[in-house]
Design a protein around this ligand. Structure first.
Ligand code: ATP
Length: 367
């Protein structure tokens, strides 16, 4: 068993001129045994600090971190049964791969040398680096160094893996290959893992559960699909999904959302869900917008194609409600088979089942 819990965890740094920086602000979440949790958010939101507090590399200002109910706060990093993999790999340059992988076991256990050698060889074979054991890190490619760093963590058989952007130094192709390998490995080993990234594709494809941070505060914890389909607030809605969700500031007038360029009629049910607030944001994902040559339904809008961005099997089509002047641009993501051209008038269908509505001032999702 390895269930990790963070309760009201806060980290305050003091900068050079004595002012406080709240890097992590009252964060609470848990990771079940064997779960792969991805901690995601923009640069500076507190991801690494959170991970470093779990590892014991950073003190906790307040709150509790526990593993299977045992408080970890105050315990030395080497006594936490946790292995961390860093973005920079942090391999010892003067040691061979064999020595790098053995080092942790030699330091933290009284395992006999031949047993250490057997485990290192076995793990190296599993990671596809069995023939590199005599090389030093400087003689390895980035991808090979990453495998060594992972192998070094795996060979210790820790209760928890912490990974801080482990793939970000690799090129796109290797990154996607390693992503699949890591997922398979974690499934096979079943080790509880926290994986930090600012890359939402990694978050969506790898996670059992995503925790989204912004400005030190936890915004939402859920499965990738929950965060995609039911974002808790404007931040999550804008962060998850590529291209980002389109947002329109609107005013609720009776059973309509009124924007400068259009009016969006609501069903009774949706109108009731948003009835307490007048200043709202209407959100629609680019992939939920349908483009058609004609249509005059209540959720069909006359627009003009501004720019077409071909993506291969898909097109991102930037649209405007009118020509020139102060018109809002929004984006639809359509099949690459559908042909549209800049300047072409086109009808955008925005289905009510796909819309999101947020409170403008709090950002909270109302529907
Ligand atoms: P990135 O994706 O860029 O690595 P991050 O989400 O991991 O960012 P952190 O490195 O956790 O963010 O930093 C969170 C905040 O804490 C930032 O404002 C950062 O400047 C600040 N911070 C981090 N470490 C320290 C430190 N040792 N002293 C002072 N401030 C720090």
């Amino acid at each position: 068993m390895a269930e990790l819990t963070l309760e009201n965890v806060t980290k305050v740094f003091t900068d050079d001129d004595g002012s406080d920086i709240v890097a992590v602000d009252d964060v609470t979440f848990d990771i079940d045994d064997g779960e792969f949790l991805v901690l995601v958010g923009p640069s500076g939101c507190g991801k690494s600090t959170t991970l470093r507090m779990v590892a014991g590399l950073e003190t906790v200002t307040s709150g509790r971190i526990s593993l299977d109910g045992q408080n970890l706060v105050g315990r030395d990093p080497q006594d936490r049964d946790i292995a961390m993999v860093f973005q920079s790999y942090a391999l010892y340059p003067h040691m061979t791969v064999q020595e790098n992988m053995s080092f942790g076991l030699e330091e933290s256990t009284d395992m006999p040398d031949d047993e250490i050698e057997r485990q290192v060889t076995e793990t190296a074979e599993m990671m596809g680096i069995g023939d590199l054991l005599d090389r030093k890190p400087g003689e390895l490619s980035g991808g090979q160094q990453q495998r060594v760093a992972l192998g070094r963590a795996i060979v210790r058989e820790p209760a928890v893996f912490l990974m801080d952007e482990p793939l970000s130094n690799l090129d796109a192709k290797l990154r996607s290959q390693m992503r699949t390998e890591l997922q398979r490995l974690q499934e096979d080993l079943g080790t509880t893992t926290i994986y930090v990234t600012h890359d939402q594709t990694e978050a969506m494809t790898m996670a059992d559960k995503i925790a989204i941070l912004d400005d030190g505060k936890l915004q939402q914890v859920g499965t990738p699909l929950e965060c995609y389909h039911e974002p808790a607030n404007l931040f999550v809605a804008g962060f998850i999904g590529e291209p980002s969700m389109n947002f329109f500031d609107v005013e609720r007038v009776g059973e309509k959302l009124v924007h400068d360029d259009f009016e969006y009629p609501l069903s009774e049910e949706t109108a009731a869900a948003v009835s307490d607030t007048n200043d709202l944001v209407l959100g629609i994902r680019p992939e939920d917008i349908e483009l058609k040559t004609e249509g005059d339904g209540p959720h069909d809008f006359d627009t003009v194609v501004d720019v077409v961005e071909p993506m291969g099997d898909e097109n991102n089509v930037y649209l405007q409600f009118g020509e020139g002047g102060d018109v809002e641009t929004f984006v639809a993501n359509i099949s690459g088979m559908q042909h549209v051209e800049p300047g072409q008038p086109i009808v955008a269908h925005i289905p009510e089942a796909a819309i999101h509505v947020f409170d403008q001032s709090s950002g909270k999702a109302l529907r």
